[in-house]
Write a protein that binds this ligand. Structure first.
Ligand code: HEC
Length: 126
């Protein structure tokens, strides 16, 4: 085997190993994320305005039950939902949800607010 090939293979392995912990972190809900998400839900995220301060539903649906209109209710699905919102064509009620609730949220803030929403119907964070 040429030395270049060996170095290339080593780099490829390092990349795969290095990527793993990051991916695992992105998919796990931590108490710190839930706390941050709680605050975003009730302030800059605007979520409370449509889903109610206790998330029991108002203009937008109840987020505390196990009924999910638009996804399977898993954490990654909620992250995706918050990112895209609900366009007119997909809305059951005819009311749209703007992407990220219409707020200027970073990816980390979207993940945090999704973690909070996830925690409302999944009492044990996992
Ligand atoms: C302008 C009002 C509005 C805002 C602001 C808003 N939503 Fe929504 N949201 C809705 C509506 C309306 C729906 C469902 C539309 C339908 O009837 O299908 C929805 C749906 C959802 C769903 C899917 C529920 C399901 O059962 O599948 C989630 C999750 C959600 N919103 C989370 C959030 C979060 C988190 C925020 C804040 C970042 C937010 N929403 C901000 C109006 C809003």
């Amino acid at each position: 085997m040429h030395i270049q090939t060996r170095v290339g293979l080593l780099l490829a392995f390092a990349a795969v190993l290095g990527a793993r912990p990051a991916a695992a972190q992105a998919d796990s809900v931590t108490p710190a994320m839930i706390a941050q998400g709680d605050s975003i839900f009730h302030s800059k995220g605007n979520c409370y305005a449509c889903h109610g301060t206790n998330a029991l539903g108002a203009v937008g649906p109840n987020l505390t039950d196990s009924e999910w209109i638009h996804s399977d209710g898993s954490y990654p699905a909620i992250v995706k939902q918050v990112t895209t919102g609900v366009p007119q064509a997909e809305s059951k009620s005819g009311i749209v949800m703007p992407p990220k609730g219409g707020a200027d949220l970073s990816d980390a803030e979207v993940k945090a607010v999704a973690a909070y929403v996830y925690s409302l119907s999944h009492k044990k964070p996992s």
